[in-house]
Design a protein around this ligand. Structure first.
Ligand code: 5GP
Ligand code: MN
Length: 338
């Protein structure tokens, strides 16, 4: 978003507005952190602001300040639709195409509100009047910080905003280790610490609140790990039955795909998860180095995301999905070897 656009948006936001903020479906730490961080900021500016998530999100994020005020579209559909219809502005955060917010796609499309996109995924769709898209950003949370800066309001950042934004920067960078973590990211974090956030509590709340079932599921996932040395590729699969056995709760499979990438020599890691209810196999792709998993997911599995982290789906059964995946790999041998 250039300076002229920021000034336009700033002008719109000089009078109190009705604002709705939306993360993507199956919201993760960055989606909830960025929407709630922006929520606290816009409330401070005097706007009537509501965060509406397409569906529920993991328990380990339900301590973020403002959580109690979040509406869930899937279960609170009619009140959510009233907010969407009446909104002056709709901010869509941490996604690049409206279908990424599931059943909220059509109410948002039909809403008269001015749309604002803040996002760091590749190849953004063109549905918003105001687009702040930057694929070099480690997280949408860092972008919300820069957005507040562009608005000239860094002094408004408080503990609630800081804790929300820290959460998404931490989760999307895997605790500040992924390549897009820059010195600027660390300066943003330094500011949030100076404001007074308790960062150890945030790490504990997100990473050290595993249920027994989740740790057992992790054991099952690691037991199912396969490695195809020729293609430097590791993959994990989880059946619906395995999820049930370990009392699967939303968020339990988050991050499991990264274990494949921790294998010495692995450049490409994948997890296939059977979702019986939705009748799909949900797939997460991760890579190290130059192998582009955004392009891989877009080309073969109806998905997308970032160069080193993407997701997709398959309507084949688990076995056939994995067979299809393995058959495709040989087309990428030279890329995976380089
Ligand atoms: P995850 O594997 O953690 O679900 O997603 C990894 C990244 O890819 C996230 O940034 C997520 O937003 C994106 N992503 C996941 N699934 C999809 C999908 O089906 N389509 C697109 N375009 N992006 C996805
Ligand atoms: Mn993100």
């Amino acid at each position: 978003m250039n300076t002229a656009k920021i000034l336009d948006l700033k002008k719109i936001l000089t009078a109190p507005k009705k604002v709705v903020i939306v993360p993507h479906k199956n919201p993760d730490g960055d989606a909830m952190g960025s929407t709630l961080g922006l929520y606290h900021y816009l409330k401070k500016l005097g706007h009537s602001t509501t965060v509406i998530a397409p569906n529920d999100y993991p328990e380990f994020l339900k301590w973020i300040p403002g959580t109690d005020e979040v509406l869930i579209y899937e279960t609170e559909t009619s009140s959510s639709e009233t907010f969407i219809e009446q909104a002056d502005l709709i901010f869509t955060l941490d996604f690049n195409a409206l279908h990424r917010c599931g059943a909220m796609e059509s109410p948002i499309k039909n809403a008269e509100a001015i749309k604002v996109m803040i996002d760091h995924h590749q190849q953004p769709d063109d549905y918003a009047t105001f687009v702040y898209s930057d694929v070099s950003m480690c997280s949408t949370c860092e972008m919300v910080y820069h957005f507040i800066d562009k608005m000239g309001d860094l002094d408004l950042i408080d503990i609630a905003i800081g804790e929300a934004l820290y959460t998404g920067i931490m989760t999307d960078t895997a605790s500040f280790r992924f390549p897009l973590t820059t010195s600027t990211t660390h300066r943003v974090i330094a500011h949030l610490i100076d404001v007074g956030i308790e960062k150890s509590n945030i790490h504990n709340a997100v990473y050290d609140t595993n249920s027994f079932g989740r740790l057992q599921l992790m054991g099952c996932a690691l037991n199912n790990l396969k490695y195809i040395e020729d293609f430097h590729t590791a993959y994990i699969s989880l059946t619906n039955k395995e999820l049930d056995t370990h009392n699967f709760q939303k968020g339990d499979t988050e991050g499991l795909v990264n274990y494949g990438l921790s294998l010495k020599g692995a450049k490409f890691a994948v997890i296939f998860i059977e979702h019986k209810q939705e009748r799909i196999i949900k797939i997460s792709f991760r890579s190290k180095g130059t192998f582009d998993v955004n392009s891989f997911a877009r080309t073969h599995f109806d998905g997308g995301g970032h160069k080193n982290a993407s997701g997709g789906r398959s309507t084949l059964n688990l076995e056939d999905t994995i067979a299809k995946f393995i058959s495709i790999l040989s087309d990428y041998k030279s890329e995976l070897d380089s």
